[in-house]
Design a protein around this ligand. Sequence first.
Ligand code: 5GP
Length: 229
Amino acid sequence: MSSSEASVSGALFILSGPSGSGKTTLIRRLLDEGELESVSFSVSHTTRRPRVGEKHGRDYHFVSDSEFDGMIAEDRFLEWARVHDHLYGTSLDEVLPKLASGTDVLLDIDVQGAQKVLETDEDRFGEAVFGVFVLPPGYLELKSRLERRNLDAPDVIARRLDVARAEIQRFQNYDYVIINANADRASRVLASIILEKRHDKARIRGQVAAVLASFPEPESALEDGPTDT
Ligand code: 5GP
């Protein structure tokens, strides 16, 4: 899409879903394909250790417990939560400047963090906050994805599946649900949701005003306009 179609002020898209639902891959795919302009991922802070292949500053800002506590004390988080025994948080610095420059921002956060943003930040973000819940196609597929990716010990996987059972009940708090059976298709659905929201008449108001203002006044329009022959 052309940059003239991009939104003047960005929207916040909150993606949640159980571990293994594929949200991270879905977001990466959307960003790597580069089909959508003006969209960016909010890199969270976490106290958990990096996994093999994860990069500081790209996947997460990996910080110590005391650094994280310091950020809480300085009120630097939009939201934070304890998930699977570690702390995770979205810093305001990751989100506000991007939104102000018209970039849409994707958050990959858990259901607790999502609830905080969806409930308490209406005034801050106006109507431009949307929740997208990503579901796996079923329990057995989720279990086998967690086992196949070989990142966690069996007891951790068992705990993640228990958490998943509780988390999926919260889909009602979100605006959209994507059942992620196929990563390609799911990332196209996510792109469509983002695009559709850019054309909401409330959000596109500034650009519409510019188009309307480009039309001449009625008298000169008659003089300059096409004539019937
Ligand atoms: P993982 O350790 O597998 O990368 O992520 C575990 C969970 O933490 C995922 O559900 C992920 O969405 C969530 N998470 C990642 N970053 C944040 C964050 O900044 N805030 C909250 N509340 N949850 C997060």
